[in-house]
Design a protein. Sequence first.
Length: 331
Amino acid sequence: MSLIVQKFGGTSLADPVSRELLAKKVRAARAAGDEIVLVVSAMGRGGDPYATDTLLDLLKEFPGGADGLTSDLMVSCGEIISACVIASLLNAKGIGAVPMTAYSAGILAEGPFGDASPSKIDPARIRSVLDAGKVPVVTGFQGVDASGNLVTLGRGGSDTSAVAIGAALGADFVDIYKDVPGVAKADPRLVKGVPFMKFLDYDSMFRLANHGARVLHDKSALLAKKSALRMRVRSTFDEGEGTRIGMPTIGESAPEFLGLASCAASENRLRITAVFATGKGKGRIERARNAASALGFDTSQPCEDPDAIVFLCAKPDAPKFAQALFEALES
């Protein structure tokens, strides 16, 4: 029997079909004898009724009227809605479940509004729900500070919530469920046919996330490393093992070219970073610069990481540029 923390992101909760797949995974794990703790994000993405950006947009009607406390309290509603919906879904299927907020789950945090970090978790609160034979459905992305305020952990912070809970409970695995079958070497929306990796060490995963790869919250990789906690990035929509994140086994290592991380640099430009394994950037960075130059991108941007190189490009040009750069570095 294993104790597994399963975290489901917004796209895995966005519609009834996805939520049914979540329930199926919970039922299968319990049938195998595993104990399950669920951690949930807000449902959907910007524009969906209860997504984080949608909730924040409600406050934009009052410029200057919402401080950090108000904004964090507002967006925490999204995870609370998800926890209640999923707990109700599971209960209706005969799977006992209890929705839990950061308060009831005993998740303490410290740091500024919008970018706090978990500081301490009382495992007894979640453990009592498990001992009763039920599934705790815990709100991700949030904690309680020393003043009793709800604070959030930064975008993608539900991943960090899941890892912190897993560490507090001594979980065997933390599984991060996404709408993709693992960690890809580039955004599949930019690079066609991009491969998904079977393994990444903690530091490589952190560096990809820190450079903009949104498949995992960067803080979660560092926290997992500190706790020696085994993680898997898996798909809600298939039964694959996904990408394992942890310490390498014999014969296992991350690739020397970790991939392309991408994120918005401005409204019209994309930041694309070629990331190489630690200590493996020498020579490869120059190769990336030459490949970019051949495509008409002559100037790279400042980058503190000695094993990475950053380029900016207009969003309409990004797919062509990313595809060509990836092929040059992967070959």
